[in-house]
Design a protein around this ligand. Structure first.
Ligand SMILES: Cc1cc2nc3c(=O)[nH]c(=O)nc-3n(C[C@H](O)[C@H](O)[C@H](O)COP(=O)(O)OP(=O)(O)OC[C@H]3O[C@@H](n4cnc5c(N)ncnc54)[C@H](O)[C@@H]3O)c2cc1C
Length: 315
């Protein structure tokens, strides 16, 4: 298999540690690792994986991942296709382009619509797949279409509606389709205000989030207020926020349950923002997984609610 894939997909490397490619700095090796510099490279790599019946995994910014200590058996395709084109109010971005670049470049042109993404790590592909959102905005608000490769290797263009976006979810996520690029439609606005708003969000994150330690962002989704008992809904009404529907922030629940600073091995519930698990140096995926289970148990007992993991586990 090894020589076969290297011949078919030149540039493929064997036994590559995935930890440096994730913001958590956790994870074992990928059996095969290939960097796709263009959308054509991605399509071809997918074809090769399919022809060899090899499992594949698309890795982008690695900012929403918990990779197993055992790594990934199969082909990891790292997306580095990053063309970006802005014409009038339309933005065309390849999946590997960074959200940071999108925010910066659209801000410079006085285009409004990505202010919410100031400080959001990761790529366009990762953000589209998970319908990333923050500060009241979401990918689904400005996206017009996405070009994807489906499970049969067929390339197709999906409209916003066909992407079936919901809270941190999409059709692409449900079906494990690969996103090659996306087009967005923004609104003309005041350049200074747009840039200032994005900058405010970047600053907010620096102050409130534990960016000094490796992490993967919010470990759990926020909790739909409707899922709490009527009694708790009343008790928690002052902390409910729109995200984009009424939710109880999971960080609040964890703080109330006195989970700040709770740790397993080198994985710790951040004292700064308890919905973040931080890697205090050398944490393993097993440490994180055990801490996640512990948190879920405590929250279930205290609030009768099941926490849902937001970070994607890669096994
Ligand atoms: C400090 C910090 C703060 C964060 N804040 C937020 C926040 O406010 N809101 C929010 O929504 N998220 C947040 N996140 C999570 C993360 O940044 C987003 O989920 C981001 O969109 C993931 O993009 P990525 O490129 O890093 O994807 P990766 O982590 O590389 O991948 C995530 C998933 O997307 C898939 N994927 C990636 N690219 C493609 C593609 N081209 N086609 C198909 N599938 C693909 C991967 O296979 C994987 O399943 C935060 C993370 C960190 C570390």
């Amino acid at each position: 298999m090894s020589s076969g894939i290297v011949k078919l997909l030149p540039g493929t490397r064997r036994n590559v540690s995935l930890a440096p490619y994730t913001t958590f700095k956790i994870g074992g090796e990928a059996t095969y690792f290939y960097i796709a510099k263009s959308s054509e490279d991605i399509i071809y790599a997918l074809t090769v994986a399919r022809s060899l019946e090899l499992p594949f995994f698309i890795l982008a910014g690695g900012s929403n991942l918990l990779v197993s200590d055992k790594g990934f058996y199969g082909l990891v395709i790292k997306t580095e296709n990053c063309k970006l084109k802005i014409e009038n109010s339309f933005v065309y971005a390849e999946a590997g382009a960074l959200m940071e670049t999108l925010v910066k470049e659209t801000g410079k042109k006085g285009l409004a619509g990505f202010e919410w993404a100031g400080g959001l790590p990761g790529s366009v592909g990762g953000a589209v797949r998970g319908n990333a959102g923050a500060f009241g905005g979401e990918i689904k608000d400005t996206i017009v279409s996405a070009t994807v490769v489906d499970e049969k290797g067929k390339k197709k263009i999906l409209t916003q509606k066909q992407c079936k976006f919901s809270y941190r979810n999409s059709q692409m996520k449900q079906k494990n389709w690969t996103i090659l690029s996306s087009t967005f439609h923004l609104k003309k606005g005041n350049k200074k205000n747009i840039q200032a708003e994005a900058q405010e969000h970047i600053q907010y994150r620096k102050e409130r989030h534990p960016l000094e330690y490796p992490n993967a962002g919010s470990m759990f989704k926020n909790c739909d207020v409707q899922k709490f008992s009527k009694k708790l809904q009343k008790e928690l009404q002052d902390v409910v926020k729109q995200d984009p529907f009424p939710v109880v922030p999971t960080a609040y629940l964890l703080a109330e349950a006195k989970l700040k600073g709770c740790s397993v091995g080198k994985a710790e519930v951040s004292t700064k923002h308890p919905n973040y698990i931080v890697n205090k140096g050398g944490a393993t995926a097993k440490d994180v997984a055990r801490l996640v289970e512990k948190i879920k148990k405590v929250i279930k007992k205290k609030f009768s609610i099941d926490l849902e993991q937001e970070v994607q586990s890669v096994v």
